[in-house]
Design a protein around this ligand. Structure first.
Ligand code: FSO
Ligand code: SF4
Length: 544
């Protein structure tokens, strides 16, 4: 195997025997093979669009299967076997329709005629032989740019899938995913073209995130500032992890009146702020911190645990029987709730477990500062900037992870001067989410915009502030201090680049898949920089 798509990749260069994330050699090969099969399907889908054939089932399938290859989503070889076979079956069916409509169905790229082995072992061998990443392009810089797009597409597909689950779709998003996967089979594209393709991925992702924002707020209302208990309530309990609001909603409905309290874990924290979710009296509080601490935190949770979307780690035996997955997330031999979303097994497990024996108060954290809330007090914020009560905004957000270097983000927030505000989003916030930073003129200094899925909201806040000050986002007293881990962060970064946003500080380390030459291109165009050794150096450089 060779995989270097995430920040925790082995030695900072690549996982070659087993993933640091727990991904096996077998699953790595199957993910490569699935991506290859999706390229074949995409080549035909692109030709299909030229003759007016747009297949909605293929659109959804492409997004789901691409998302499934994102870090920490699915570790189950059998599901990858199914996806690979489906991709090829859909490709062949589509070829027939395209040919009947007079479209082109003969392709130079081998991906379009790939024949999957009949057994799981055979597929694994095909995946290994493919060596997908290393053979994307013979030129290391072009390969690097292609990798950026492959990973960006996985993030984009995740957001497109989340949005589609809430009924929000736009064919331009699917058309781009197909076009990009097809283009990546070519070896005649220049550096400039591939830079353009990566930026286009970011641009299209803004659309996907806008759709997701519309899905979330249209279905569950605009988040409102909400204190979320960090303690526990006596009684049976279910913990929900991941990012999927609809899964959470359906679980809340199915547990009504059953004497079970629902807790959020990780990126689910901001869901407490949505009116149509917070209305449930048994939607109680938040348990634990970010994804990488789950193996320490979950054994102590006395109820059932439901993973939605992603960020699962190997469930230890001490709590494995309590774990359920749903949607694209999966782990071999862990119970999976299918598309019917019948959470009865989760509920029964929670009822069989002891639950919390007593009430414990551990205070609260505030969430719910998405665009509607922040822009609702825009006048106050603008006045505070004009009167110099607010000197600077810092967006400190992104993914959390296990590396010690991530203490930078905790220390950064601790050292931000009193006359500056901190906006945050995604699971990186768990490095400082429970800090009491006080307020400036009644506006809390630490504002939780939401999940990584709410990056659109943060962008809208920045754009609206720029409008109010009659300047560009780069001219605002705003600095972005981002942390990355997986490929949703990659695509958000591409979105920020596509918007022309400069001077982003990125850590804890730079992606292994970016070559020095490609980094130079990004530095020249976007002045992106690694975080400094200490927060004090960056604060000094920013604030002077
Ligand atoms: Fe974190 Fe995981 Fe939300 Fe990522 S939970 S690391 S950027 O999947 O998705 O922020
Ligand atoms: Fe390694 Fe990350 Fe790939 Fe997992 S996803 S195999 S940790 S690079």
């Amino acid at each position: 195997m060779f995989c270097n798509q995430c920040e925790q990749t082995a030695q900072g260069t690549g996982c070659t025997k087993i993933g640091v994330c727990g991904k096996t050699n077998e699953v790595a090969g199957l993910q490569d093979l699935l991506t290859y099969a999706l390229q074949g399907l995409s080549l035909v889908a692109v030709e299909g669009r030229k003759v007016g054939i747009v297949d909605q089932a293929i659109n959804r399938f492409t997004a789901e299967a691409t998302f499934a290859c994102l870090t920490n989503v699915d570790f189950d070889p059998l599901r990858f076997q199914n996806w690979i076979n489906s991709a090829v079956q859909l490709r062949e069916e589509l070829k027939k329709k395209v040919a009947a409509a007079g479209g082109k169905v003969d392709f130079a790229a081998a991906a379009a005629s790939f024949v999957p082995a009949g057994t799981l072992e055979g597929l694994i061998a095909q995946g290994e032989q493919l060596d997908f990443i290393n053979t994307l392009d013979p030129n290391p810089d072009l390969r690097s740019l292609k990798q950026i797009t492959v990973y960006g597409l996985r993030g984009l597909a995740a957001y497109a899938d989340h949005a589609a689950i809430l009924g929000q779709e736009d064919d331009t998003v699917y058309a781009f995913i197909h076009q990009a996967l097809a283009d990546l089979t070519r070896t005649d594209l220049s550096l400039e073209t591939l830079v353009g393709l990566a930026l286009k991925c970011g641009e299209v992702n803004l659309k996907a995130m806008e759709l997701l924002d519309a899905g979330n707020t249209g279905t569950y209302g605009h988040p409102v500032p909400t204190p979320v208990p960090l303690g526990q309530k006596k009684g049976k309990a279910i913990l929900v992890s991941g990012h999927d609001l609809k899964d959470l909603d359906m679980l809340l409905k199915q547990t009504e009146g059953k004497g079970i309290n629902i807790y959020t874990h990780g990126e689910m924290l901001p869901t407490h702020a949505y009116p149509e979710l917070k209305k449930y009296p048994h939607f109680f509080g938040h348990y634990g911190t970010a994804w990488q601490n789950q193996q320490k935190e979950l054994p102590n949770f006395p109820g059932a645990i439901l993973f939605t979307t992603n960020c699962i780690q190997k469930p230890h035996d001490s709590y494995k029987a309590n774990v359920f997955t749903t949607g694209l997330v999966g782990w071999p031999d862990v119970a999976h709730v299918g598309a019917d979303k019948d959470f009865t097994p989760v509920i029964n497990r929670a009822l069989a477990l002891p639950g919390f024996a007593e009430d414990v108060d551990r205070g609260t954290v505030l969430t719910g500062f998405a665009r509607n809330t922040v822009l609702g007090v825009a006048d106050k914020v603008i006045d505070a900037v004009k009167s110099k009560a607010i000197r600077h905004f810092f967006l400190v957000g992104g993914c959390d992870g296990a590396k010690p270097g991530r203490n930078y983000y905790t220390e950064f927030v601790e050292q931000v001067p009193q006359d500056c505000m901190v906006l945050t989003l995604a699971c990186g916030k768990f490095r400082f989410f429970d800090k009491q930073l006080g307020d400036i003129g009644g506006i809390p200094r630490l504002l939780d915009v939401g999940q990584c899925n709410d990056a659109y909201s943060a962008i809208q806040i920045a754009v609206a502030l720029a409008g109010a000050f009659n300047c560009g986002v780069n001219d605002l007293p705003l600095s972005m201090i981002l942390s990355w881990y997986e490929q949703k962060a990659v695509v958000i970064l591409l979105t920020l680049f596509s918007l022309g946003i400069k001077d982003i500080r990125l850590g804890p380390s730079l992606p292994a898949f970016i070559t020095p030459n490609v980094l130079n291109v990004l530095v020249e165009n976007f002045a992106v920089k690694p975080i400094a050794a200490t927060p004090a150096e960056d604060l000094q450089a920013i604030l002077g």
